[in-house]
Design a protein around this ligand. Structure first.
Ligand SMILES: C[S@@+](CC[C@H](N)C(=O)[O-])C[C@H]1O[C@@H](n2cnc3c(N)ncnc32)[C@H](O)[C@@H]1O
Length: 234
C-alpha cells in the first residue's frame, strides 16, 4: 500500500540529538573491541578524511543485520580503512565471506592489519577498481545475502541496478548517507545531494524491494528484496 504523509497527520516522536544524548545512545551499543579502538585511532590519524568511517553504533547495527538475515555472503561498496567491513565480517561469522570494493588500495594496509587483529581477515576479499565494473564481474545471479553501499554518491544508482539482481530474494540492501547531511530533502539539491535524492526516489519506486529510510547517523536505507511470491501476490 502506498501511503503519503501529505494527506494525514503524522506522529513525530523524533528526539533532537544533543551531543550528550548522542554519547548516551552510542554507549548503549556497548564497548569497542581493541581492534575497533585501534582502527579508529589509525583512521583519525589520517586527518579530516577520517569522517568517512561509519560511526561505531552503525557498525553494531551492520553486524546485527548480517546476523538477523543469516548472511553468509556479503558485498560492500566502499572499504576505506575497513571499519564497516570488519563489522560485516563479524556478522557473517566463520565460513562467511565479505567482498569489499574500493576504487583505491590507498588504505588497504591499515584495513588488512585491523582485520587480522580482529581475527576476521580470512572472511574478507578486497577488490580494487571502480565498483560498477567490479560488481558486474559477478554473475547476474542471486549470489549475495546482503549488500552495504557507502561510496561515491553519484554511483549509488548504478550500484543499485548492479546489486538488486545479485541479491537473493529476502536478502537485504543497505545504503548509507541517504540524508546527505539533510541536503537530500531539498527540492533544489545539487551535486551529491541531488544524486542521493534521485537514488531515494528510485528505491521508493522500485517494485523489486520493500524499503525504509532510517534516520540513523546520516540516514540509512534498508531494502529487502521481495520474494517471487510477494511480487506475484501484491
Ligand atoms: C565513505 S568511504 C567508506 C567508509 C567505510 N564504509 C568505513 O566505514 O570506513 C567511501 C569509500 O568509497 C570509495 N570509492 C569512491 N568512489 C568509488 C568507486 N567509484 N568505486 C569504488 N569505491 C569508491 C572511496 O575510495 C572510499 O574509500
Amino acid at each position: 500500500m502506498t501511503q503519503t504523509t501529505m494527506s494525514h497527520p503524522e506522529v513525530d516522536k523524533t528526539v533532537a540529538l544533543t551531543p550528550e544524548l548522542m554519547r548516551y545512545a552510542r554507549d548503549q551499543a556497548g564497548p569497542l573491541t581493541a581492534a575497533q579502538r585501534e582502527l579508529i585511532d589509525e583512521t583519525v590519524a589520517l586527518g579530516a578524511i577520517a569522517e568517512m568511517r561509519i560511526p561505531s553504533e552503525q557498525g553494531v547495527l551492520l553486524t546485527m543485520l548480517a546476523r538477523l538475515t543469516s548472511a553468509r555472503t556479503v558485498l560492500e561498496v566502499g572499504t576505506f580503512t575497513g571499519y564497516s567491513t570488519m563489522a560485516l565480517a563479524d556478522g557473517v561469522g566463520p565460513g562467511g565471506v565479505v567482498f569489499t570494493c574500493d576504487v583505491t588500495d590507498r588504505w588497504a594496509d591499515i584495513a588488512a592489519a585491523a582485520w587480522r587483529q580482529a581475527g576476521v581477515a580470512d572472511r574478507i576479499e578486497p577488490l580494487f577498481g571502480p565498483a560498477g565494473e567490479t560488481l558486474r564481474r559477478f554473475p547476474e545471479f542471486p549470489l549475495f545475502d546482503m549488500a552495504f553501499v557507502d561510496a561515491d554518491k553519484v554511483g549509488y544508482l548504478d550500484y543499485w541496478e548492479a546489486l538488486v539482481p545479485r541479491i537473493r530474494p529476502g536478502g537485504l540492501l543497505i545504503a548509507d548517507n541517504v540524508l546527505y547531511q539533510g541536503e537530500a530533502a531539498s527540492l533544489t539539491a545539487t551535486g551529491n545531494a541531488r544524486a542521493i535524492r534521485e537514488f531515494n526516489e528510485h528505491v521508493l519506486a522500485d517494485d523489486r524491494v520493500e524499503s525504509v529510510l532510517l534516520t540513523v547517523a546520516d540516514g540509512l536505507t534498508l531494502a529487502r528484496k521481495k520474494t517471487q511470491r510477494q511480487r506475484v501476490t501484491r
